[in-house]
Design a protein around this ligand. Structure first.
Ligand code: KG4
Ligand code: ZN
Length: 343
């Protein structure tokens, strides 16, 4: 039985749900190491190829875990527990992290802790970071990634309710698919962000999709970008290269404005003004600035994660591991990876 009163609990977190193989060690809320091996192989295919992702995880996982332990300057025998991403994600990818974590926990004779990836994007806010306060319950979390777009009411660490979500594509997909139309490599989100910072956000107009007040829809936006670009390229073959900054700025402006509209609706609906963002798209400069502005504009208290805790990482898995460890919420050794998993 683990000694839960032990002062130094060291949790190893392992993340392998999509195309990043990651491992991190956390000690009482403080990240000692956070290693991510991003798989480059998918770039040439314009999106994640599940079979290749799984194989790359198999190659990466041992060196990534070794590096995380070395950087944290601890031996695996000092670990208190192993936390791993159980789902949601790509089955072939999840299986690598799940089987590796099970075997390591069994070999070391320490508890195994299963983690929900989407909960982890939200609970990443409880990692101790200098000069940043952790959110107070209840708060609203806007989780925006390549696979999800949700507004979640967070009442306690493990008491979460989805109050709004996308009815089709995720916002990260809207960024990536639009980027592909513009001829940018995968993942295009960060590149749109980069070009957007040099462009005029009011130059082109894209319509914001209409759905329920706290829900989202992005598939129409992607089509609108496609038709717009096709029409303009017909008139001028160099349209994209001559206007890339303004196209990206206008598109990003539309998306950010849409996300903020939905957040405003959620604040109105719940009366909660403490807001946290998470997931890969929370690295976007537009949404980060809009949220910062909302502090003075609307009197919200906002929580914006450090860049390394926005996109997929294992520190967020390790912090959930630590929270569950303290509550003795352990997984059985026959736990299975789950491609679809509720929050
Ligand atoms: O959370 P994440 O790393 O993986 C998933 O769980 O999906 O999110 C990846 C997504 C991709 O769609 C990527 O394009 C997007 O996050 N992303 C961004 C930015 N950085 C990452 N989108 C817009 N602006 C960014 N700066
Ligand atoms: Zn993610």
């Amino acid at each position: 039985m683990p000694n839960l009163t032990e002062k130094n609990c060291y949790i190893l977190g392992i993340e392998s749900s999509c195309d990043d193989t990651a491992a991190a060690v956390i000690n009482n809320g403080v990240v000692l190491s956070n290693v991510v091996a991003t798989q480059q192989i998918h770039e040439e295919y314009g999106g994640v190829v599940p079979e290749l992702a799984s194989r790359a995880h198999q190659q990466n996982i041992v060196p990534v875990v070794h590096q995380a332990l070395r950087k944290a300057n601890i031996d695996k025998k000092q670990l208190s527990a192993i936390a791993f991403t159980r789902g949601p994600g790509l089955m072939g990818s999840l299986l690598v992290g799940t089987s590796f974590s099970k075997s390591l926990a069994m070999g070391l004779g320490i508890p195994l802790i299963d983690v929900n990836h989407m909960q982890a994007h939200i609970l990443a806010h409880f990692i101790k970071v200098e000069e940043q306060n952790t959110p107070n319950f209840p708060f609203l979390a806007l989780t925006i990634s390549g696979g999800h777009t949700q507004i979640v009411k967070v009442t306690d660490y493990f008491d979460m309710e989805i109050i709004g979500q996308t009815i089709d594509d995720a916002v990260g997909e809207a960024f990536d698919k639009s980027a592909k139309i513009l001829g940018l490599p995968y993942p295009g989100g960060p590149l749109i962000d980069k070009y957007a910072q040099q462009g005029d956000p009011k130059k082109f107009k894209f319509t914001k999709p209409k759905v329920q007040p706290m829900d989202f829809s992005f598939s129409g936006l992607k089509t609108a970008v496609l038709y717009f670009v096709e029409k303009e390229v017909d008139k001028n073959a160099d349209f994209i290269s001559e206007n890339i900054e303004d196209i990206c700025a206008s598109l990003q402006f539309t998306i950010v404005d849409y996300l903020m509209d939905k957040l405003k609706n959620a604040v109105k609906h719940t009366g909660i003004t403490e807001i946290a963002i998470g997931g890969g798209v929370s690295a976007n400069s537009g949404i980060r600035n809009a949220l910062k502005e909302a502090e003075t504009k609307y009197g919200w208290t906002t929580h914006i994660p450090k860049f390394e805790y926005c996109t997929d990482n294992a520190a967020m898995i390790a912090i959930v591991g630590e929270l569950k460890y303290k509550q003795q919420r352990f997984a059985k050794n026959d736990v299975l990876a789950q491609a679809r998993m509720k929050l």
